[in-house]
Design a protein. Structure first.
Lengths: 325, 325
DNA sequence: CTGAAAGCGCTTACAG
DNA sequence: CTGAAAGCGCTTACAG
């Protein structure tokens, strides 16, 4: 049975007008009355005619992530399938010229929850959304809000697995191309690299460490720097994204070096193209299907008020193809 | 100034109750009254509180198209950028188990317009949407409704270009793998193939013509059939999608034949992977950016009531890489 | 801080 | 087929 303001008023022994004021966040309501009414509203799941449940999930791409991002597109594909089965549609909030307020847009559209894909923890408008009471799930971005959680690959351990593999192959001279440090994903992979190097007693040669922005081009430029700045060349290279690895491989070949005999390369992500390219890339596979499915179920749990779900760290796996021993 | 039902009533010299009835499609209203009121509603752009403009575009994937479809993902990416600039968000309507009614979902969500991506003209729920008064743009699907238009590559001419290229290369024995005939895109490419063969005075060998469903696997199976069913093998192969071409190439290689020296292959779409694979695929490139941008502007024009925009046929271009002479 | 009451925008059973 | 009027769900200026 649909509840009205009047019902709530009766339940709480208060006038309909006062209930209306609570709903609309008027300031002239006593604190205890407000709480009492809010509880009742929540209990019966009160919704005004304009605010019926919309069954819409907001999707927000942080930073410079685009729609056709080779990693996230597969994550979101699986996410959309799972959440579609549960009756939800996906509202992709456009990035606007004037740095639009995501939170406001989500409220206008009355989304039931949000998924935030990539981007950086420092982005103002993402933080606002994170801190709001809209349930949010972050993919590769650490959300901290009370109604938020996130899913992220164990980026520190990921680095360790790569270095371990190189170590067992006998490589001691290892180079590294990281992503943007401002993104948690970037900084953690870098941290993982350094920790692993220390753990295996290897020197992280400063001239062999560069950073890009996860794009193919930036990987190319970073590798160029490494090859030109240093007198000797590394024997192995760990790159924090497959896209950057493609660029780095191009730079290596241009330099007249062979992969993997001169330099072994391991990327990170396992995007689809990595399997198809001329020389299929060895890479740290992140389980895109699992991440997408997890995100769907965690978000639904948040929406339904099962607070149990905290954040999840998923493991990664080395996929050996043709670019490392 | 916000108009109410009362204003409309005064404008048309009718009671507010009657206006309400027109708005809610009650049947007991006289035809002339109804028209008069509807005109007034339209003129002042009447919207009830529940029906303010939402600035949302519905996105519907027809048939089995998925979110990460290598061709459409780029089209939609460009579309979303353009339409995002104009202040719209994108609502991806989920495909539901019980063959949900797209039209109803679009009305509930009050989308301002729709883009329908792929799929087949015969799909019931797409037809309903097409025939509704919601502005729709079809990509690779022929919409016929009064408020609809579509964008499609010139698939007939596309076939001609491929055959012409083969012809000039001296190939006379040409095989063809088409897509689903129930999709306009599929049937037109097939038609284009046959017409071009006739035009160049070539025989379309029945055993060299197979059909898949645009997927990689179906291309593989189709090529297997062609290779096993026929005594002699063709010298050239035209495949109606890049994905099917990948499968066909695998089958050719398994058969111990070389591309392009034994069989020349040309695909269709120019998806991103085609450039990256071990043996980069020659293909008919469709201008994804242009299509995405066109779709955005045509849809906005429809929404704003500029009926001028009819459907658009875009041209394609042969991109020669390593699989044909 | 709270409620009684006027009012808004809309819908709908009913009379003609 | 049409309108006067009761009514619904909600908001809001005002009195206390």
């Amino acid at each position: 049975m649909k509840k009205t303001i009047k019902d709530i008023a009766e339940m709480t022994g208060v006038s309909p007008g006062t209930v209306s004021k609570v709903i609309n966040n008027y300031s002239d309501v006593g604190e205890s009355t407000r709480r009492k009414v809010q509880e009742a509203l929540k209990k019966v799941g009160y919704r005004t005619k304009l605010h019926t449940k919309k069954n819409i999930i907001g999707v927000i791409y942080g930073g410079k992530v685009e729609f056709n991002h080779p990693f996230f597109v597969d994550v979101i594909n699986m996410f959309s399938k799972e959440i579609g089965f549960l009756g939800y549609d996906l509202l992709f909030i456009s990035r606007l010229v004037d740095n639009k307020d995501y939170l406001q847009r989500c409220k206008e559209a009355q989304v039931d929850g949000c998924i935030i894909v990539g981007g950086e923890e420092s982005e103002q408008s993402l933080q606002e959304l994170d801190r709001s009471d809209i349930p949010c799930i972050g993919i590769d971005i650490k959300l901290k809000g009370d109604s938020s959680s996130y899913i992220m690959t164990d980026n520190i351990n990921l680095g360790k697995k790569v270095i371990e593999h190189f170590y067992l192959l006998g490589h001691r001279e290892i180079a590294y191309i990281g992503g943007r440090k401002s993104a948690m994903v970037g900084s953690e992979r870098t941290l993982g690299f350094h920790r692993a190097m220390t753990e295996f007693g290897l020197d992280a040669h400063e001239k062999w460490i560069e950073h890009g922005d996860f794009s193919e081009k930036s990987g190319y430029q970073a590798m160029k720097k490494i090859l030109f700045q240093s007198d000797n060349i590394p024997r192995a290279l760990f790159v924090a994204s497959d896209l950057m690895a493609f660029g780095a491989m191009a730079a290596i070949k241009q330099h007249g070096l062979k992969i993997p005999s001169d330099i072994a390369v391991v990327g990170c992500d396992d995007i689809e193209i990595s399997r198809y390219i001329e020389q299929p890339l060895s890479t740290m596979k992140q389980d895109k299907d699992k991440i997408g499915r997890l995100a769907a179920y965690m978000l639904i749990d948040q929406i339904n008020g099962f607070k149990g779900t905290s954040s999840v760290i998923v493991d990664s796996e080395l996929v050996i193809r043709n670019t490392c021993g």
